[in-house]
Design a protein around this ligand. Structure first.
Ligand SMILES: [Zn+2]
Length: 480
């Protein structure tokens, strides 16, 4: 089979198109075609003429949106999908940073990255920043890049190493050699540098920032993470002149207004991982505060050790957390929110064009002629949730899910069609991940493996209740 041979034009017919154009985010184009030739969107409009050899995809009854963009995902950790579902951030740090992160071999990084890359495509996430902080050696980094290049999505390798201070690993000749070999910032595999600023007044991260500047690489940093990074890190970066428009501040969940002012004034953006912030404890998901500062936002999933790499979840969780906070802030003042501040189209924008803007890619995240053809068709004829589509943005944010991703196109190439991935070796990815799980489990001992997955539960007493006079519980037990 190769209906979708590379280079063949593709036309998506009759879908409801969400172009996400700047200044017109809420615009919806009903019964509209999108024509793709080469790696670009060639035309958008009703009943387009298409070349004779074009593949026709029936998008009627579906939504055509830009490919989604995740600006912060530790892809190597996907080999341990779901393992840390009941963790806090402290348990995550102990497990990965202090204890078992060192057990990952280059092939384990490869396994996690490969599965994460495939998983992203399947969910319509066409670009992912791989916040790759498990690169203990350059062999690990080559494995990470090899994996990303083996899957037909768009990725940015954000090079990091939690086992050494950033000033050390960025100064290593083999790191520079890696950047020379593979950090050219290609269209399908970009390059950034990933490290955190811990707030030490002597600013030991300074040399790492200097290396990034010299190499022309953007820095991405976990900022405003309760117990780890704070306003001090932001202030140091600002005072030393290392806050730039390309900088992505991940979480930014426990920062003061002063830090938000500094981020806004220097043009950077914030990557919000709502599900992560809610469960792990970096701070309250910050969109409710960030919106007031006019700072650009993108969305991210952080790690599949807890959550799945699915931006539908991110959009839903972010709307919920933002509105929840808005209501609670009002209730604390005895007031009632009658109109929601954050709208569904805004989170769809954050999941698409917001990510593109954070990465400085104005050719992504928008459906317009001349832009890169990274597209998602949300359509599922077998789902009772696929109709009616009355509010397309509300549908994407609250109704749709990864199983509804019918077609995915990256760089003009169809990589998923009729809910099936194309040109992707899922069986190979499964075999790699099985070997990694086996390796980790045997290196850790079964006992440590089980303990790691099942942390102790803090003791909690059920409160005394003055109203428990009747013995309804034992009644209910008898009836059963
Ligand atoms: Zn992270």
């Amino acid at each position: 089979m190769n209906e979708f041979e590379a280079g063949r034009p593709v036309v998506l017919r009759g879908g409801t198109v969400l172009p996400m154009s700047p200044g017109g985010s809420r615009r919806v184009l009903p019964r509209t075609d999108v024509l793709v030739t080469g790696d670009r969107i060639a035309a958008v409009g009703p009943e387009l003429e298409a070349p004779e050899d074009a593949v026709v995809i029936d998008a009627s009854g579906g939504l055509v949106m830009p490919g989604m963009i995740d600006t912060h995902r530790h892809m190597w950790q996907t080999a341990l999908r779901g393992y840390g579902a009941d963790w806090t951030l402290t348990q995550y740090f102990v497990w990965f940073y202090l204890e078992h992160g060192k057990l990952f071999r280059p092939e384990d990084i490869h396994a996690g990255n490969t599965l994460a890359a495939i998983e992203a495509l399947d969910a319509g996430v066409t670009t992912v920043v791989d916040w790759s902080h498990g690169l203990r050696t350059v062999d690990h980094a080559d494995a990470a890049a090899d994996a990303l290049e083996s899957v037909p999505g768009r990725y940015v390798l954000a090079y990091g190493n939690i086992q050494q201070p950033p000033a050390e690993w960025t100064a290593a000749p083999e790191f520079r050699d890696f950047v020379r070999r593979r950090g050219a910032g290609g269209d399908m595999l970009g390059f950034q540098i990933a490290f955190d600023v811990l707030g030490d007044p002597s600013f030991p991260e300074r040399p790492a920032f200097e290396v990034a500047r010299e190499l022309g690489a953007a820095v991405t940093t976990h900022a405003g993470v309760w117990g780890a990074t704070s306003d001090d890190g932001i202030r140091l970066m600002h005072e030393h002149g290392f806050m730039t428009p390309e900088t992505i501040y991940v979480h930014a969940a426990s920062l003061s207004a002063d830090s938000y002012h500094r981020i806004a004034a220097t043009g950077g953006s914030i990557s919000v991982s709502t599900e992560s912030e809610q469960s792990a404890g970096q701070g309250y998901p910050p969109t409710w505060a960030v919106r007031a500062h006019g700072i650009p936002v993108s969305l991210s999933m952080d790690t599949s050790v807890w959550w799945s790499g699915d931006l539908f979840s991110a959009m839903r969780a972010t709307l919920g957390a933002d509105r929840s906070r808005e209501h609670l802030e009002a209730h604390a003042k005895g007031e009632t929110v009658t109109h929601c501040g954050l709208r569904a189209d805004q989170v769809v924008e954050w999941a698409t064009r917001g990510g593109a803007r954070a990465l400085g890619r104005d050719d992504l995240g928008v459906i317009e002629p001349g832009k890169k053809a990274d597209l998602v068709l949300v359509k599922n004829e077998h789902s009772p949730v696929s109709f009616p589509i009355l509010n397309p943005f509300g549908h994407v944010a609250f109704q749709a899910q990864r199983g509804d991703v019918h077609t995915v196109i990256v760089d003009g190439r169809v990589v998923k069609h009729e809910h099936r991935l194309l040109g992707v070796d899922l069986a190979g990815a499964r075999a790699q991940v099985e070997r990694t799980v086996e390796h980790l489990r045997s290196a850790m001992s079964d006992e440590a493996w089980e303990q790691g997955m099942n942390p102790d539960i803090p003791s909690a007493e059920v409160l005394d209740n003055p109203y428990t006079y009747t013995d309804y519980r034992s009644d209910a037990t008898h009836r059963r």
